[in-house]
Write a protein that binds this ligand. Sequence first.
Ligand code: ADP
Length: 448
Amino acid sequence: MFDKVLIANRGEIALRILRACRELGIATVAVHSTADENAMHVRLADESVCIGPPPARDSYLNIPSLLAACEITGADAVHPGYGFLAENARFAEILGEHNITFIGPSPEHIRIMGDKIEAKKTAIRLGIPVVPGSPGAVRSGDEAARIAEEIGFPVLIKAAAGGGGRGMKVARTPADLAEALTTAQTEAKAAFGDDAVYLERYLAKPRHIEVQILGDGQGNAVHLGERDCSLQRRHQKLWEEALSPALNADQRHAIGTRVATAIADLGYSGAGTIEFLYENGEFFFIEMNTRLQVEHPVTESITGIDIVQEQIRIAAGAKLSFTQDDIVFSGHAIECRINAENPLTFTPSPGHIDSVHVPGGLGVRVDSGIYAGYTVPPYYDSLIAKLIVMGKSRNECLMRLRRALGEYVIEGVETTIPLFIDLLKDDDIIDGNYDIHWLENYLERRRQ
Ligand code: ADP
C-alpha cells in the first residue's frame, strides 16, 4: 500500500479522497493555488504545497509544479480526482517515469477512451452497442452528407476530443449540415486543439444512463449498477440517481454483465464509467470516462462500496476483493449538485459565505468543502456541495430529499438549492418520468 498520496485537485473531491486515504491509514498531501490557501482540503491534509497562482493552467494543471510537490513531500502516488488532469494520459505517463503511481487506469486506456472515435471503435470491438454514426472522423461536407443520409436526420456532430458537453452541433435537415459541420470543426479546434469531428444519429428523447465499473487489470471486473443522469442543463448533469427509475432488474443485469465482461476483456484497471443513451429499451454507448465521477456517491450509497478506496487498492496492485455475486443493490439514492449559481439563470455567484447549516439525519450525506467565512473563488467550477440522500425506496428518498433541502442553509452566495426544492413538486420528477431534454424544457417554462 502507498505511504503518502498527493491529491491533485481541490474542493469537495479533494476532501473526498482525503477521507478515503485517512481511513486506509495513508498520509495525504494537499496542493493548492494561492486562491485556495484557506480551503478545507488544505486545512485537513497532513501536508500542503502551494503550486501556483489562481488560473488552473498555472496551478492545478501545472505538471512540473505537481511533480515538484511530489518530490518535496515524498508522495508515492497521486490521485487526480475528476476534471483537471484526471484524463490526461501524458500526466499518468510522466508520473510513471518518476516512479510515482497514478491512481487511475493505464495511459493507454486513458488515451483510447479520450478520443471518442477510438472509444467507439473499441466499444464495437468489445460488443457494446453504440449510437449509429460515422465509422471515423468526417472531413468534408460531401462525406458528412452521405453519412447523414444513411443514418437519418437529425444528426449530431461531435468533437473527437470533446468533453464537458462542449463542441456538439445538431443538424436537423440536409440544408443545416454544411454550416453545422464547419462551426463544429472550428469550435473543436478552438476548445480542444483538434478539429476532428464525427457524426451520430441525434436521439430524440433518450435518457442518460451510465454503468459504474471496477476492474483490477488482472482479469477481474464488476459493475456496480447504473446511475440515471438525464436531468441536465447544457449537457451538464445536475441531479443523479441510482438505480435508474427506467430499468428493471433483467435489463440491469443484461447491460451490467455485458459491460463488466468488456472491461475484463480490455484488461482495464481502476474505476470507470460507461455512458449510454437509452431509448425505447435500447442502449447506445456514447463514451467512457476513465476516472472517478462527481456522481459516484449515489452508487456508494446503494452498494456500500467505497469507490475511492477501491481505486487506491487497485492502483497499489490488489485484486478485486469481491465478485459480482457479492454486490447487492439496496435502496435508492439521489444526488443534487449544489452550485454557487443563480437557480434560474445559472449565472455564477462566487463570493463570501456568511453562514452554512448542513442537513443531517439518517440517510443524508453532504460532500462539501465550504464553511462560514469561506470565500468561493471565481476561478473554478461552481460546484460547492453535493447533497446525497438515500432511502429504502425511491419514494422514501424523495421525502427525505425534500426534508434535507428544507434544512440546508447557505447564505452569502446564490445556490441551486431553490431549484431542487421546486423540482420536487413536479409530477414528472416524482414519477421518475424524464429524459435528457426534460430539465431544459422545464427551465424554459419557468422563464416565461
Ligand atoms: P461530453 O463528453 O462532452 O460530456 P457526451 O458524449 O458524454 O459528451 O454527451 C453529453 C450529453 O450530450 C449526453 O448526456 C446527452 O445529453 C447528449 N448527447 C450526446 N450524444 C447524443 C446523441 N447522439 N443524441 C442525443 N443527445 C446526445
